[in-house]
Design a protein around this ligand. Structure first.
Ligand SMILES: *[C@@H]1O[C@H](CO)[C@@H](O)[C@H](O)[C@H]1NC(C)=O
Ligand SMILES: *[C@@H]1O[C@H](CO)[C@@H](O)[C@H](O)[C@H]1NC(C)=O
Ligand SMILES: *[C@@H]1O[C@H](CO)[C@@H](O)[C@H](O)[C@H]1NC(C)=O
Ligand SMILES: *[C@@H]1O[C@H](CO)[C@@H](O)[C@H](O)[C@H]1NC(C)=O
Length: 966
């Protein structure tokens, strides 16, 4: 393996005592030696050893070749980078020259930046930097792209994806990710379930992702073999042709000793996902008994080969080479030829697997999810064969008990300990399309920029044994290249063009799709400035992932120095937000806050006097706080732990509502289920999201919504200590919520038909239950327009039905309903009708994914489409707001709207973007009057709510007379 290599200590190669060329030469000699030569060789040694003539069997040569092959170590041929044509080259592909680019190559540990050109031909990068014309002069028909100095990187590599085996849209027939046939299944192969029609393939490429490791699921201790796929559609359309360097075992169990061995890949998992097969002790025994099987076979092979190689054929008479098709993959693990991706979260689990690797002596390539890896660097370093890479999410934590101590600071802590960091999607858990966002957030929270870029390119590639050809830009590597609109670590960075194997996948017609408009400022081409998190990071480690998050409170005077911008809530403004001042690089001013209220703004406030606290915002801003909507934030602590939430409500469509409740609809109030001080609420609060509206709707990615009747929502303050604290509850009953849609494909409980749901809604709104019941009372109020009716709905067809229903009810009752569609992935198809019907839209989530059938007609946005749902609906005149689905996402609300605004190519300004998660949301939910001009304000240091460089440092609460210092 020539050229630069990333630091990786977990390869079998680094342990090998033989230099590779010598070893290969040895294998070749042994494999091609003739029968006669062996005969002579054997007679000479056996004469002394056994004093009798051995009967050399006819198959001796084959056996000796097989034995010699056991010594082979996987890896590319020595001269790999000198190849002329890629094995993946598609004839007819034009050579391409990208001129005048800023190239982040991934070399020199990610620190190399080259200003110049990239030349691609025959599926390979043929030149980087200065490209002499001679290189392409004779070739003819070269496609020339002028990059205008824009950033170019290698295609991104997602080390953890279930694309193809968990396909979008989710349908029962297209889910081949987990086998339920036992805890140990090393003989299964993810390729056998790979669906080439997954909608996510094209979307991931649109995010610059060119290669992924397709892993079986994590429901088994040993879940099966994984494969490295390139995402482009190949000319023969088969999954097989998408695999990068298919291991020789893929199409025959005989190793082919004439070619260098290729890496194999395997999925393992530990911890709570294996509950169906027992507890942690059971799963560790299933590992040990499986590896013991493999070890016995390996030992038998080695003994057999030692005899064969010593010429003791008589002792082998009647014996075959010991092997087992079922266990051969695990034997290869023990021979160090398999890159294991091990799902493993907690200290106990990581320790268990590290112990296992030492007992059976095999390496682990990467630990995945690994929420507590950052807390046990020394344990990781004891892994047999070297320290694994750690493949994690940036901010997706606390969704299950095992991930409760996950931290946004983990990438930096791991890197500080010299541990390779990989950011991954676990697609479709996170959309692989946004893999770059994981790196961007890791950078925001402290991972140095070169490591952040490596974490989605060369690091995952080398972890998978593929860095000789993917995840890196160098001569001889695969022509997988991304041309970005901004620096790739800028929030919302979007590929203008993506090539895989030199074939253009994205951006064929530069005129057709507008990308990067509004990002002309030179700053977008630079590495984003990010806040300093040293204090928070140290605290997180000290408290083992659970640092106290309650802010200090200040009732007296607080002075904010060097304020660059001040926005306040103002009812008289059309958007409800007024800019008080914006220095636009002019003189910064002071803002004095007394008892939570702004008392003076300007250069000459006498604020320094009697200030209890002085905060330097370094040109930052103060603006109205944000609201989160749509997740069970405040209703549950850990999504996967039912005992930390409200529990299941009695949905009348599913179960009999208990008589004693006295209400046929089982309609209940979220306010009664509120919990304060949950970590997700605290984290949202610290990110400037100080208000939340939660209903009892709970939608999980795989099981879908939990109920059709989702109760009456409550609006509360995320930073409050308990319900009785002043200002904790903004509005006890905010809106009436229902979920209307087709059954989620993997839901295990029966689901009423869409027609039944609509008929019920019609009945309740038109005739109604007696108003003596909760159901009767609140549906009547909704029909009269006295309370918003929020309908979670994705399908445009169902929305059309609901628009008709609304018209009928309004005509019959002479009312105006306040109807809101939440979710609304397909709302863009009906934008004008939604506007005419005066229905508000909460895009939830803002970046759509075609998960369920009801959501499958998404508007993907640049670089796939010009428009996004946001631009189409806003242009039609619909009031639009933005929500999230899961409670951990509430803390990323600011990122979501910054990014949404960037995606509109400058068509939505910062004030409009802010309104999406503040005043628009408040108006749609009818809580604007309840928050009022006295609503919370958030102080950002080093930028505004719309800068990736800023950090929330304080929340001023005029209504409560307090400033919270974070
Ligand atoms: C890359 O980083 C590793 C580990 O920090 C270091 O040992 C190595 O020298 C670095 N290589 C280069 C080319 O900077
Ligand atoms: C490279 O692109 C920049 C920005 O468009 C331009 O100013 C410069 O002249 C270009 N350089 C070359 C050599 O084409
Ligand atoms: C097996 O796979 C290798 C590698 O892709 C390929 O070269 C070979 O032709 C395949 N053999 C068969 C029989 O399909
Ligand atoms: C995208 O927008 C641009 C500029 O407005 C326009 O020229 C182009 O035709 C649009 N493309 C599509 C596919 O609508």
């Amino acid at each position: 393996m020539g050229g630069a290599e990333l630091p990786l200590t977990n390869t079998a190669r680094s342990r090998s005592t033989h230099p590779r060329p010598l070893l290969l030469a040895l294998c070749a000699v042994v494999a091609t030696a003739t029968f006669l030569a062996y005969n002579a060789y054997l007679s000479s040694i056996t004469a002394n050893a056994t004093k009798r003539v051995q009967h050399v069997p006819l198959k001796a040569q084959r056996i000796l070749a097989q034995c010699a092959a056991l010594q082979a170590v996987p890896g590319p041929p020595e001269n790999f980078l000198a190849r002329d044509t890629s094995d993946r080259f598609e004839p007819g592909t034009r050579p391409t020259l990208i001129r005048n680019a800023t190239l982040w190559t991934g070399a020199r540990n990610g620190t190399e930046i080259v200003y110049g050109d990239v030349y691609m031909d025959r599926g390979i990068v043929k030149g980087i930097g200065y490209i002499p014309q001679a290189l392409y002069a004779g070739v003819g028909d070269v496609e020339v792209i002028d990059a205008g100095r824009a950033w170019v990187t290698p295609g991104l590599v997602d080390l953890h994806s279930h694309v193809g085996v968990f396909s979008a849209p989710f349908l029962r027939g297209a889910q081949d990710v987990n086998s339920g046939h036992g805890p140990v299944l090393p003989w299964l192969r993810s390729i056998d379930g790979f669906n080439t029609h997954d909608d996510a393939l094209e979307l991931a490429i649109a995010g610059g992702v060119t290669s992924v490791q397709v892993l079986p699921g994590s429901a088994n201790a040993i879940g099966g073999q994984a494969f490295i796929f390139k995402l482009r559609k190949t000319s023969d359309r088969s999954p097989t042709s998408m695999i990068v360097e298919p291991p020789h075992t893929l199409n025959g169990s005989e190793p082919d000793s004439s070619r260098p061995l290729r890496w194999r890949h395997m999925k393992q998992a530990c911890g709570e996902n294996l509950r169906r097969y027992g507890n942690r002790m059971d799963s560790m025994w299933s590992f040990r008994s499986a590896y013991n099987e493999a070890r016995k076979i390996k030992y038998a092979q080695d003994t057999f080969c030692a005899k064969a190689e010593a010429g003791l054929w008589d002792q082998l008479e009647g014996e075959d080479f010991p092997e087992s098709l079922q266990w051969e993959a695990l034997v290869d693990v023990l021979r160090g030829r398999v890159k294991i991706a091990n799902h493993c979260y907690e200290e106990v689990d990581l320790d268990d697997i590290v112990r296992l690797t030492n007992e059976f002596q095999f390496p682990i390539a990467s630990f995945h999810h690994a929420s507590e890896a950052w807390l046990v660097p020394d344990v990781l370093k004891k892994t047999w064969g070297g320290t694994p890479a750690i493949a994690i999410f940036a901010t997706n934590h606390r969704y299950k008990r095992e991930s409760y101590r996950g931290s946004e600071f983990a990438p930096r802590v791991l890197a500080d300990n010299g541990i390779p960091v990989v950011m991954k999607s676990d697609h479709p858990v996170l959309n692989s399309r946004y893999l770059a966002y994981e790196a961007q957030q890791a950078h925001y929270y402290g991972l140095p920029p070169h490591l952040a870029l490596l974490s989605v390119t060369a690091m995952p590639a080398s972890t998978a044994g593929m860095s000789h050809r993917i995840g890196i830009l160098r001569e001889g590597a695969d022509a997988d290249v991304v041309l970005w609109d901004t620096h790739p670590l800028q929030l919302g960075a979007t590929p203008r063009k993506v090539w895989i194997d030199g074939i253009l996948q994205v951006g064929a017609d530069q005129e057709a799709i507008v990308i990067g408009k509004g990002k002309e400022d030179r700053e977008f081409q630079e590495t984003p400035r990010v806040p300093n998190w040293d204090k928070e990071r140290r605290n997180a480690v000290k408290w083992e992932g659970l640092p106290p998050l309650t802010p200090a409170k200040e009732n007296g005077r607080v002075v904010f120095h060097n304020v660059g911008e001040l926005w306040v809530r103002d009812d008289s403004d059309e958007l409800g937000i007024r800019e008080v001042f914006n220095t636009l690089d002019g003189e910064l001013v002071d803002v004095v806050v007394d008892g939570g209220k702004i008392s003076c703004v300007g250069k000459h406030c006498m604020g320094g006097i009697n200030a209890n606290s002085v905060i330097d915002l370094r040109g930052g801003s103060i603006s109205p706080s944000l609201m989160t909507f749509g997740s069970p934030i405040g209703i549950e602590e850990i999504a996967g732990e039912v005992s930390t939430g409200d529990g299941a409500t009695y949905d009348p469509f599913k179960v009999e509502v208990p008589q004693v409740l006295g209400d046929p609809g089982g309609l209940v109030m979220a306010a009664d289920a509120l919990q304060f001080g949950t970590r997700n609420a605290h984290i949202a609060h610290r990110a400037g999201v100080t208000y939340a509206t939660s209903s009892l709707s709970k939608t999980t990615l795989f099981a879908g919504p939990s109920s059709i009747f989702a109760g009456l929502s409550v609006t509360f303050r995320t930073g409050a200590a308990h319900a009785l604290e002043r200002g904790a509850i903004i509005k006890h009953i905010t809106a009436l919520h229902v979920v209307i849609g087709r059954a989620a494909p993997y839901s295990t409980t029966p689901w009423a038909s869409v027609s039944t749901q609509i008929a019920t809604l019609r009945n309740l709104l038109l005739n109604g239950q007696p108003t003596s019941t909760e159901t009767g009372k609140w549906f009547k109020k909704a029909a009269q327009g006295a309370i918003p009716l929020v309908i979670e709905v994705g399908s445009a067809d169902i929305m059309a039905t609901l628009i008709n229903l609304k018209n009928n009810i309004e005509q019959a009752r002479g009312s105006f309903m306040k109807m809101v569609f939440a979710g609304a992935a397909e709302a863009h198809l009906l934008a004008d009708d939604i506007a005419n019907a005066n229905i508000g839209i909460i895009l939830q989530p803002i970046r759509p994914f075609p998960n369920n059938w009801d959501n499958h007609r998404i508007l993907a946005g640049p670089p796939v489409t010009n428009e996004t749902s946001l631009t189409v609906l806003t242009d039609a005149g619909v009031r639009v707001a933005v929500g999230v689905l899961e409670a951990w996402q509430a803390g990323n609300t600011g990122f979501d709207v910054q990014w949404a605004a960037l995606e509109t190519n400058g068509r939505i300004d910062r004030k409009q973007a802010h309104a999406l998660v503040s005043t628009n949301l408040e108006k749609l939910l009818d809580v604007d009057g309840w928050i009022g001009d006295d609503g919370d304000l958030v102080a950002y240091e080093g930028g505004s709510a719309f800068d990736f460089s800023s950090k929330v440092v304080a929340v001023a609460s005029p209504g409560r007379g307090v400033v919270e210092l974070l």
